[in-house]
Design a protein around this ligand. Structure first.
Ligand code: SF4
Length: 387
């Protein structure tokens, strides 16, 4: 009987299809996109994603408490009234048992749990919390859990979610309240979304001795005229003021049967340039004003933003590799944190005077950075015939 129940629960889970189409969750969202572009029939494997998580690469069960929703976000496959969506709903016990079955059989080691909203955000979040509570405290699972935060939940619910999860996501969807009104008419930008991220940071500050979840957000890119400048300015604020671990950018794709079904899809390259820029803000500590925006507030899609910046700023003022501070080295396209450390360490031992020397210490494409640097006072030749 128990086996049949597990089988039925897993069958129900597989009917949910691939929610990963809409929710990047790991630390390599572009790789997730490539995987999910392969068309498959719905099966249980659709609910399993191979993610790079803060606890390392993992096969993670991605699911929703319900695919029904009373809200009407204009881009969303699960929006209220969309006839083509198959609605599937789980109770916390059921969802926890589905996870336990997959986890104990070794198919997954991690859970990403989201939900449509039914009977309000507070009731829905309670179901997410109850599920995570069963998994943590009854099933004694200590691995990776990522919980979605419903818009406008109570402070204590957020705190409890952060105690149970490794990561929580509050999806802003849009960078300003005006853009959000066009995307998701029933969501309230500040009170329901931004405040959740502010509270999350407040909770971490107030409970420093506790192990609490990090927070992330996601933007839907390109459906309602949002610019890269708007998206990256908001990302920058969130990194610095709400200590976000990551911002996801999800290129808009039209879903049949929604008000946005006839809008053009956003090109994947725009999403990629946003990720590159976002890393410059988060990991390289660039100011958003330094990013090379065009007059319309967008970035060039044909060139890496770091290279676009260097083409303007370093061509006539190349960086001297033998003397530059670490921050200056990081400005050079092709030099990341590991490369900068390698250069600083190598130049203590001797002189770096040729591109070959950079190659030998691990800079993968030294010819690409040749025009932006001096090596011991001389600009290196751009061609590297030796390689
Ligand atoms: S609240 Fe979430 S599930 Fe519901 S319509 Fe909006 S994006 Fe979709």
């Amino acid at each position: 009987m128990a086996g049949r129940t597990a089988y039925e629960t897993l069958t129900k889970l597989s009917q949910m299809g691939d929610i990963t189409l809409h929710e990047p969750a790991g630390d390599s969202p572009q790789a997730e996109r490539k995987r999910r572009s392969r068309k498959q029939e719905f099966n249980l494997n659709d609910c399993i994603s191979h993610l790079s998580t803060p606890r390392g690469p993992k096969a993670v069960m991605k699911s929703m408490m319900t695919t029904a929703c009373e809200r009407n976000c204009n881009y969303c496959v699960f929006r209220a009234g969309r006839a083509k969506t198959k609605r599937v709903t789980f109770q916390p016990d059921e969802m926890a048992s589905a996870f336990q079955t997959l986890e104990s059989s070794g198919k997954v080691d991690g859970l990403f749990l989201s939900s449509g909203i039914i009977k309000g955000s507070v009731t829905t979040q309670d179901k997410l919390i109850d599920t995570a509570d069963i998994i943590r405290n009854r099933q004694r699972y200590r691995g990776y859990i990522h919980l979605k935060i419903m818009p406008g939940i109570e402070y204590d619910q957020l705190y409890r979610s952060m105690q149970l999860a490794d990561r929580v996501s509050v999806n802003l969807e849009a960078p300003t309240s005006g853009r959000l009104a066009a995307l998701a008419p029933k969501k309230i930008f500040i009170e329901e979304l931004v405040q959740m991220l502010q509270w999350a940071e407040q909770i971490r500050r107030e409970h420093r001795d506790e192990k609490l979840a990090s927070s992330v957000t996601q933007f839907v890119v390109g459906a309602v005229g949002d610019t890269d400048l708007e998206l990256l300015s908001m990302s920058d604020k969130l990194y610095s003021q709400a200590q976000l671990a990551r911002v996801y950018y999800s290129a808009f794709g039209p879903v049949p049967g929604t008000p946005f079904e006839n809008l053009p899809a956003t090109e994947a390259i725009r999403e990629f340039r946003l990720y590159q820029s976002s890393f410059l803000l988060r990991d390289y500590k660039w100011d958003v004003e330094e990013l090379p925006f065009l007059r319309d507030g967008n970035l060039r899609t044909d060139v890496d933003p770091k290279q676009a910046w260097a083409d303007v700023n370093l061509i006539h003022q190349p960086v001297e590799i033998m003397q530059a501070e670490r921050e200056q080295l990081l400005r050079v396209p092709g030099i990341g944190p590991i490369g900068a450390n390698a250069i600083i360490s190598a130049r203590r031992r001797g002189t770096l005077s040729e591109l070959l020397h950079l190659k030998q210490i691990g800079i993968r494409t030294p010819h690409k950075l040749a025009k932006y640097v001096l090596l011991d006072g001389r600009q290196p030749a751009h061609q590297l015939g030796l390689f």
